[in-house]
Design a protein around this ligand. Structure first.
Ligand code: GDP
Ligand code: MG
Length: 454
């Protein structure tokens, strides 16, 4: 696909979100750095990158997810929405009018892909039922007319050309009566190495005579950020109505040219993604960004709950529990780790010092715990970061909001809060007992068995 490298690095960043336990400032900062790195690699302009990531960070820190959406999903959504905005938001469709023919003129420098793109656009509209013709007005290159004739033949459309005439305006006029037989007329023009006075004059003369409905600037993606200057200059000199960025396939600079064009507010209508006649795509920022981010895969990933936790992670968790470093976030981590690992009994086997305790716990305590874990997970995902860090602030109105967001009852939210308070108490008592032996742990667990209501 287009922008392969950018796509895979963006996908990796989002996978990190999907795999994270919860959204906090550290995760957001890491995401921002990842995004910056990926976009800069794709040749996107530095100040554009910083503006974009600043907006993402601000929203990620400030906004709360609406009910029914987890913070992780919401973070991914923010990235998606901001990237879409970055690329121009709406699809800039060309609306083919009723008057025949609808005239589309293609302008741009040498080798940018005008002639090839005419063949692609011809095919695109022919497929949609329009009767299309092309007009060869590139009089500067001897082989240009042959090339358009050849391409038109491949696309199975009529090509108007006059090799003997050297004045493009005259060629246009020569066939003027015939154009109305066609729905769409695609006009090929001559390029130059640069936007010279000569070229500006030629294009302005054509504009005056032809009065095209669309005047499309064809830009090659491999010029990267220079696309911005080119788009601006062409726009000033011969009022283009839209842009087609070609050769999006073979260049790492495609991100630069695409975003540079968007920055000029030039409306990108199509992108060229290969040399073949079918390698043309309507430019739709929403679809483009979803593909870039692999939204389909990502949704599946976000929903995936059955992830495997490593033995090291479990051991680390056990050590922290023994150290008594415990807050609401830790409880969440423990719980998500547990639900990922499956049966609580399995977890006990993995945490050093806990294996011996397992047999001593009542069987239904383990079973009930597993069911509750699921609900508690939803509840915690509806909590703000502030609430996760300091559950003491959970008043009635917060509890009600969380219950609504998680689809649980307020009673269930309160029960979790109680569980937290009990666990915290237990952890406090454990504090200082770093390196507690299995025997100590068993003793402690016995002590708390009566108090702990799972
Ligand atoms: P013009 O001088 O603007 O008319 O450019 P051409 O249409 O002759 O294209 C110049 C070269 O770019 C040709 O070799 C095309 O095959 C190639 N080209 C055009 N569009 C694309 C594209 O989207 N992808 C790739 N890979 N090559 C393209
Ligand atoms: Mg050409």
């Amino acid at each position: 696909m287009v922008l392969e490298n950018l796509s895979s690095s963006l996908k990796n960043s989002l996978k990190k979100i999907a795999r994270a336990m919860f959204v906090d400032e550290k995760l957001i900062d890491e995401l921002i750095k990842d995004l910056q790195r990926s976009l800069l690699h794709a040749d996107v302009n530095v100040s554009l990158v910083f503006n974009l990531t600043k907006d993402i960070k601000e929203r990620a820190l400030k906004e709360k997810p609406p009910a029914g959406i987890t913070q992780k999903e919401y973070l991914v959504r923010i990235v998606y929405e901001e990237l879409v905005k970055f690329l121009g938001e709406e699809k800039q469709e060309i609306k083919i009018g009723k008057t025949k023919p609808f005239k589309i003129m293609f302008v741009g420098l040498f080798g940018s892909g005008k002639t090839t793109t005419i063949g692609k656009v011809a095919k695109y509209y022919s497929k949609r039922g329009f009767k299309v013709a092309s007009l060869a007005l590139d009089v500067h290159r001897p082989a240009a007319v042959d090339q358009l004739e050849q391409i038109s033949k491949t696309a199975d459309i009529k090509c108007f050309s006059e090799k003997k005439e050297k004045k493009p305006v005259k060629i246009y006029k020569k066939f003027e009566k015939e154009y109305s037989k066609y729905d769409i007329l695609l006009i090929d023009t001559a390029g130059r190495d640069a936007l010279s006075k000569d070229l500006i004059k030629e294009l302005n003369d054509l504009n005056k005579t032809i009065k095209p409905n669309e005047n499309l600037l064809v830009i090659s993606a491999d010029i990267g950020q220079a696309a911005q200057k080119q788009a601006e200059e062409f726009h000033k000199a011969c009022s283009v109505t839209g842009v087609i960025v070609t050769k999006m396939d073979g260049t790492a600079k495609a991100g630069g040219s695409l975003t540079a064009c968007s920055a000029t507010k030039a409306k990108i209508k199509f992108i060229g993604v290969g040399e073949k006649m079918d390698d043309l795509e309507e430019f739709n920022p929403k679809g483009f960004v979803s593909r870039l981010l692999g939204m389909g895969d990502l949704e599946a990933l976000l929903q995936k709950t059955q992830e495997v936790i490593s033995k090291e992670q479990a051991e680390d968790l056990g050590k922290r529990m023994l150290k008594g470093e415990f807050n609401f976030i830790d409880l969440y981590e423990q719980m998500s780790a547990m639900s990922k690992m499956g049966p609580l009994s399995k977890i006990m086997d993995l945490i050093p010092g806990f294996s011996g305790i397992k047999e001593k716990l009542p069987a239904d305590m383990i079973k009930n715990q597993e069911e509750k874990l699921k609900k508690w997970k939803y509840i915690m995902q509806s909590c703000t970061k502030e609430e996760l860090e300091d559950p003491e602030i959970l008043d009635n109105s917060r509890i009600e909001r969380i219950a609504k967001g998680s689809g649980c009852t307020t009673g269930e939210v309160r029960e979790l809060l109680k569980q937290y308070k009990q666990s915290k108490k237990m952890m406090k008592l454990m504090k200082g007992k770093t390196g507690a032996s299995e025997k100590d742990m068993q003793k402690m667990m016995k002590q708390f068995k009566g108090k702990l209501k799972f």
